[in-house]
Ligand binder design. Sequence first.
Ligand SMILES: Nc1ncnc2c1ncn2[C@@H]1O[C@H](COP(=O)(O)OP(=O)(O)O)[C@@H](O)[C@H]1O
Ligand SMILES: [Mg+2]
Length: 260
Amino acid sequence: MNQSHDAEKPDPAGEAGNPSMDSGETSLQLQLQHAERLATVGQLAAGIAHELNGPLGNILGYAQLASKQPDLPDQVYSDLDHIVRSALYAREIVKKVMLFSRQVPPLRESVCLNQIVRDGLYLTEPLLSKSRVKTICQFCEDLPPMNGDPGQLRQVIVNLIVNAVQAMPDGGEIVIGTAREEGARMMTIRDNGRGMDEKTRKKCFLPFFTTKDIDQGTGLGLSVVHGIVQAHGGRITVASKPNAGTTFTLWFPLTGQKDE
Ligand SMILES: Nc1ncnc2c1ncn2[C@@H]1O[C@H](COP(=O)(O)OP(=O)(O)O)[C@@H](O)[C@H]1O
Ligand SMILES: [Mg+2]
């Protein structure tokens, strides 16, 4: 685990073709590029969702209207019912995308990181047991609570757990720890999966970057994680080694929050 990459300085080596850029100014430029790309993803998603809402409303409306016709064969009523239910389901998805892309500011509630991890493990329990992945928790029991959005923070831990599970197709172990460091609460999540080569590690936080098959990944998980951590004033880094495993480390500052 000898290589570390700070998510706030994504290195576009292989994209911009200049892996040696390291001045403060360049790093700021890269951060801006990264933020712009994330904003573009949000706008794109919101645009598509908006465009789909109209035709979906029509499908729903006409199917409901048609099902009011008397004396149709039973099979037609049943088909129309399927159309209505599928359209309602699609509308739910559109609503979720719109919520996500509106980029609402995170809630500010007093939350305990240890509890967030427990919730994340509870939510992923079926996946963990099916995948023969064992989890070990090493909690700092007097971790001070933080101001945050519990739903978004749960999304962070769930995304990191799912990635870790997918990196261990033959099962393995995830160790999740919390700690109190000078000026920050820290959380680490370590797996002993297939790890990442340097090129993958440097790109892993970029939106739509994925090494997985189309039905396995969208390449949005880590960019969402990164966005949420940043919105909480935090930082995330990754260390990884091929065939040895991956560790994500998150820091949330102790200061600068309303309740501290
Ligand atoms: N724990 C991990 N172990 C190995 N590779 C990982 C891990 N987490 C993320 N990655 C790499 O980073 C890429 C991007 O992750 P993510 O943004 O969650 O998208 P997705 O999981 O949809 O591919 C993954 O495709 C994978 O190559
Ligand atoms: Mg993922």
